[in-house]
Design a protein around this ligand. Structure first.
Ligand SMILES: Cc1cc2nc3c(=O)[nH]c(=O)nc-3n(C[C@H](O)[C@H](O)[C@H](O)COP(=O)(O)OP(=O)(O)OC[C@H]3O[C@@H](n4cnc5c(N)ncnc54)[C@H](O)[C@@H]3O)c2cc1C
Length: 415
């Protein structure tokens, strides 16, 4: 049991019904959903908002749907650049455009909209506060100890929600971390290049043997700005087999290789102006690496591994699982259910998403063997049915099945 402290930061609450740590997409979605239902919810983040978050800023259809559910899609689209397809480019230069409802909005803006939407619904946002440890009583989490400036401050709550993203520290402190190493890493920068605005009009994802085991992307924002980056989204098997550890990866060199091997990236960088620095960050994928809950505590968003392997996309599922966490707590509240029922409900909701994560984990083979991208692109160009299936998976309107597993790839030739 954690020793109590007598420090109280002046003016800060000491109690709330739910305390959400992390005001990224998962935490803000959770806080907004709870606040809309009348729950007294406190939202804490270590940073003052608006804050930057290293990301590709791509909003794929699952994010679109979750933003609509939260009632913030119009606010987001008022600032975002819409896109109607994702262009997939293989190592030999072949390309297929997969239709989907997508957009790009820098995270500084997106997360600010979401955080304000939570506060607008009634959530109480704390000044910058870093989660340090849970407060425990008889092995149940009953609140959290936060660092606010120089002060350690305790807040008690019926539920603590960790929505702290890919970094493992908060998970470790809360006793729910099962893997400290990231399952992927990625690096991005912003480039301004007005001359390329009409050339790159949708999300572009590029595979090449020089980017193994990863990929490069260019995502167009508004006002002539592009998000360009590279990611190494290891499959867990690749990591376990010890073929390539994160410490062996020089992402800056992978970025340079991307610029060298993909002509539009070369042109973008050569005639554009880099805005700020290239920045890297870890990824936590495939619903692995952390326990989803313990008594009094739920883990949501990327902290629970809700980022897709293969593409590194995770905003949509962070939003979705934040909503699921809120709904599980609300259902438990309405039924006056105990911890066990709420945890079981929440964990069942996450497990229901597992087949989709498993499909992306299998598809991660394309990053390891990029020639597979050539094969799929070549085949999809000939098969409207296959392209429609890929679009269905992207839009989450059809079951992922085993598309892009070895079995699925064999079947490509039957489509
Ligand atoms: C380079 C890169 C590119 C990516 N590109 C895309 C993309 O194009 N599209 C996409 O959908 N996904 C992308 N992702 C993944 C996406 O960024 C994550 O899936 C998403 O941010 C997860 O949201 P979240 O709310 O779970 O966590 P986060 O967005 O990471 O938010 C966590 C919040 O918790 C706070 N926090 C952490 N620890 C503490 C603590 N101890 N105390 C208080 N606060 C704390 C942080 O400050 C942060 O605000 C990318 C990731 C990277 C690294």
């Amino acid at each position: 049991m954690t020793a109590p402290t007598t420090d109280i930061a002046p003016g800060l609450p000491t109690r709330g019904e739910v305390l959400v740590i992390g005001a990224g997409p998962a935490g803000s979605a959770c806080a907004r959903t709870l606040a809309q239902a009348g729950v007294d919810v406190l939202l804490a983040d270590q940073h003052a908002f608006p804050r930057d978050k290293v990301c590709g800023d791509g909003l794929i259809p699952d994010a679109y749907a979750a933003l609509a559910r939260l009632g913030v899609l119009d606010d987001v689209m008022a600032q975002a650049r819409p896109a109607n397809f994702v262009g997939c480019v293989g190592p030999s230069g072949g390309r297929i455009d997969v239709p989907g409802t997508m957009a790009v909005l820098p995270r500084k803006q997106l997360d600010d909209i979401l955080c304000k939407a939570a506060v607008g619904a009634g959530a109480r946002m704390l000044p910058p506060a870093k989660f340090e440890s849970p407060i425990e009583e008889a092995d149940r989490v009953v609140g959290a100890r936060l660092r606010v400036g120089d002060t350690s401050h305790e807040i008690r709550a019926r539920w603590l929600v960790l929505a702290t993203g890919a970094v493992p520290q908060a998970l470790i402190a809360a006793g729910v971390c099962e893997r400290r190493t990231p399952s992927g890493i990625a690096l991005r920068g912003y480039v301004r290049n007005d001359a390329m605005v009409r050339r790159i009009t949708a999300l572009e994802v590029v595979w090449h043997r020089k980017l193994r085991p990863g990929y490069g992307w260019i995502f167009p924002c508004r006002d002539g700005v592009f998000n360009i980056g590279v990611g190494i989204a290891h499959s867990h098997n690749t990591l376990k087999n010890g073929r390539l550890g994160m410490k062996d990866v020089n992402l800056r060199a992978v970025f340079d290789a991307f610029v060298a091997c993909y002509p539009p990236a070369r042109e973008l960088m050569a005639s554009g102006t880099l805005q700020g620095e290239l920045k890297g960050a870890p990824l936590r994928c495939t619903l692995e690496g952390a326990r989803f809950s313990r008594p009094g505590l739920l883990v949501t968003g990327e902290a629970a591994g809700t980022t897709y392997s293969f593409t590194g996309e995770g905003i949509g599922k962070a939003l979705e699982t934040g909503i699921h966490a809120a709904q599980a707590m609300l259902a438990g509240r309405a039924a006056q259910a105990g911890d066990a029922a709420v945890r079981a409900d929440y964990e069942a909701r996450l497990h229901a998403l597992k087949p989709r994560f498993d499909m992306y984990e299998k598809a991660n083979r394309v990053n390891v063997y990029p020639w597979l991208a050539d094969l799929v692109i070549w085949r999809a160009k000939k098969s409207a049915r296959l392209l429609a299936r890929m679009s269905g998976v992207l839009n989450e309107t059809s079951n992922p099945g085993n598309l892009l597993s070895f079995k699925g790839l064999r079947r490509l030739f039957m489509e």
